[in-house]
Design a protein around this ligand. Structure first.
Ligand SMILES: [Ca+2]
Ligand SMILES: [Ca+2]
Length: 423
């Protein structure tokens, strides 16, 4: 059917005159025709093969394309009143769901994109939590559920967030604050009973309001035993005791105990000083031997000075005191009197008489006296109570005599530190 070969055949047919020659040409042409046909068939076959291959490729590509589109799970709806966490919708990925405050999740908390390109679990929803479920409204109040909260519509005669307060129609402004609390009221057989938290009491006029008990005022002046040794501090629902500086509150919380600064190294006394603990404080003292004409003294212990031996026939020296002893007392203020504060004794008397006397002028004699308790002992007496804070000094002289001749004289110096408080 090739149009070119027909044209060729036509030309040979017109111009050939010799029959034999024509036959030869005809044979050749037929062979050419046959050759062309076979070429044509092979060519067509190649075309068909090519077409088939292209089709195969096309369909394969289409399949690949479909697969690429469908390898994710369908898009999930977002939550109303909640959130969806996780954006990937590919196979194996998870999304999580969270609800806003006041809502609770119903359904699956998380869903996974499965091989089947579907999501596991159920699509969740966020449901408003019913705050009224626990019946929070008291005394016949009606609960109204709201988002993330509730409100109570109270029955007549009741008020408060949960209708816990009775007849609070016109509560005074003083009902707020830590010293005033609402009472807890219940109705039993038509009668209202109101109670208060410990440390509070129903205030006089309003049985629905509790007021802090001022324990400090209530137990003032020793009623029902003194509440605090020093100071009482009223607190909402309770009280506490406080102590002045230099004291610690005792374990029972009511008394004060002096801090021993000398034992706990809370003092600033230098090495050549001695620390004397006092009530509410401490003292640093230093003993210096007295300077007296014609006699010299040497320290024989931290609190004692003794006279050096006197030169022969030095009467002024031999009449000077043989020794000075120093003593420090710490006492509280207003200590009851009379009482013995200190005793002076002769250890090895050599004379026939001991005489005790108080040295110093009126200020000393206003507070102290000296009396003898037995043959060898004299007592320093506190004659009247001393109001602190104060520091008092007294000197007791003990003389030893033999036939009215003085053999020796011994001075005892007593220093008394009186605290500011009676403890
Ligand atoms: Ca109180
Ligand atoms: Ca002290």
């Amino acid at each position: 059917n090739c149009p070119e070969s027909n044209k060729l055949l036509f030309h040979f047919h017109i111009f050939s005159k010799d029959g034999v020659f024509l036959q030869e040409i005809q044979g050749s042409l037929k062979q050419v025709q046959k050759l062309l046909s076979s070429h044509e068939a092979s060519y067509m076959q190649s075309l068909r093969n090519l077409k088939k291959k292209i089709n195969l490729l096309l369909s394969s590509a289409a399949r690949q394309n479909t697969k690429a589109i469908n390898s994710t799970c369908p898009k999930l709806e977002s939550l109303i009143n909640g959130r969806k966490l996780g954006k990937s919708h590919s196979i194996g990925h998870e999304v999580h769901f969270l609800c806003d405050p006041g809502y609770e999740l119903v359904g699956s908390e998380s869903r996974v994109c499965q091989e089947s390109l579907t999501w596991s679990g159920q699509q969740p929803t966020c449901r408003d939590i019913n705050e009224c479920a626990s019946s929070p409204c008291l005394n016949g109040g009606t609960c109204v559920d709201e988002v993330n909260q509730f409100s109570c519509v109270c029955a007549k005669g009741w008020a408060g967030v949960t209708c816990q307060t009775a007849a609070a129609s016109t509560l005074p402004a003083a009902t707020t604050g830590p010293y005033v609390r609402p009472s807890r009221c219940t109705i039993v057989q038509g009668t209202t009973h109101c109670t208060c938290e410990p440390g509070y009491t129903i205030s006089g006029r309003d049985s629905y309001t509790c007021t802090d008990i001022d324990e400090c005022e209530l137990f003032h002046n020793g009623q029902a035993g003194r509440l605090c040794l020093h100071a009482c501090v009223n607190t909402p629902g309770g009280y506490r005791c406080s102590c002045p500086a230099g004291y610690n509150v005792t374990r029972d919380g009511r008394s004060c105990k002096d801090i021993d600064e000398c034992a706990t190294r809370q003092n600033n006394c230098t090495k050549d000083q001695m620390c004397i603990n006092t009530y509410g404080g401490f003292q640093c003292v230093r003993v210096d031997c007295p300077k007296i004409p014609n006699a010299t003294y040497v320290k024989t212990s931290p609190m004692r000075c003794e006279r050096n031996p006197c030169p022969v026939d030095n009467k002024a020296c031999s009449q000077a005191p043989n020794s000075f002893s120093y003593h420090y007392l710490a006492v509280v203020s207003n200590l009851s009197a009379p009482r013995v504060m200190f005793r002076v004794s002769a250890l090895r008397p050599i004379g026939d008489t001991l005489r005790f006397s108080l040295l110093g002028g009126r200020p000393v004699r206003r507070h102290f006296t000296v009396q003898r308790s037995d043959r060898l002992t004299g007592e320093l007496m506190l004659a009247s109570p001393v109001q602190g804070p104060a520091t008092l000094e007294a000197e007791v002289e003990m003389s030893e005599l033999e036939r009215r001749v003085q053999l020796g004289k011994y001075i005892t110096k007593v220093t008394m530190f009186v605290s500011q408080y009676e403890f």
